[in-house]
Design a protein. Structure first.
Length: 217
């Protein structure tokens, strides 16, 4: 994600001006992505993305990816560049969604990508797909993490990986049976990769119902 809303002073021009970021590796390595002007829009840094995708490398080939709160699309597109088979990028802001579609139109072999323009929670309610990797980095000030988990759980393939980004001092409330795989921190954010159990087990756990054969790692 890229939109880290703030409850503090208005963002500086550096955070709101249009610009570009680059894809780090894979078939689209070095491709510049437009970052339209949008209050609070701040793409996940190159350093964090490089660390994250080093963690994900064994699972990316052929994976189905869900990029919630997509913003610039840097996470979903990086996954596709590195071998994911398909990606759904969900973005509420119409201008950002249009920019994502324009980027995909100029990337060769981007047929596996779909941009969904609309509310992320609604998109999760309507989806019937199962995903191997999900990126969850909502606007920080909106506090949407607890609302995402019960809607995301049924959309996860067994043993899916879930990337979570949150303020460094905030607990995003990841379900307790989604064990931590790897994590890192900067001064501003905590970023973590979790292993989700089978989707049915996760959904039952979030409803407070013990599931048959439930397990943790």
């Amino acid at each position: 994600m890229a939109r880290h809303a703030s409850t503090g002073p208005p963002a500086s021009p550096m955070n709101t001006a249009p610009g570009k970021i680059r894809l780090i590796a894979g078939r689209w390595r070095g491709t510049r992505l437009d970052v339209p002007a949008s209050p609070g829009l701040r793409p996940t840094s190159d350093r964090v993305r490089e660390t994250l995708f080093n963690w994900l490398m064994p699972w990316l080939p052929g994976a189905r990816v869900l990029d919630l709160f997509a913003g610039s699309g840097a996470l979903g597109l990086e996954a596709l560049s590195r071998g994911a088979a398909a990606a759904v990028l969900v973005e509420r802001d119409a201008a950002l969604a249009a920019a994502l579609r324009a980027t995909l139109a100029r990337l060769p072999g981007s047929d596996g990508a779909t941009v969904v323009q609309g509310d992320t929670l609604d998109a999760l309610r309507k989806s019937r797909e199962a995903f191997d990797i999900a990126f969850v980095d909502p606007p920080f000030a909106a506090g949407l993490w607890p609302q995402v988990w019960p809607l995301l759980a049924p959309r996860l393939a067994p043993d899916a990986l879930v990337y979570v980004e949150a303020p460094a001092d905030l607990d995003p409330g990841v379900p307790p049976d989604w064990p931590l795989h790897r994590e890192g921190r900067t001064r501003e954010v905590r970023y973590a990769l979790h292993r989700a159990p089978a989707a049915a087990t996760a959904a039952a756990t979030l409803r407070g119902v013990p599931a048959a054969g439930s397990r943790t790692e």
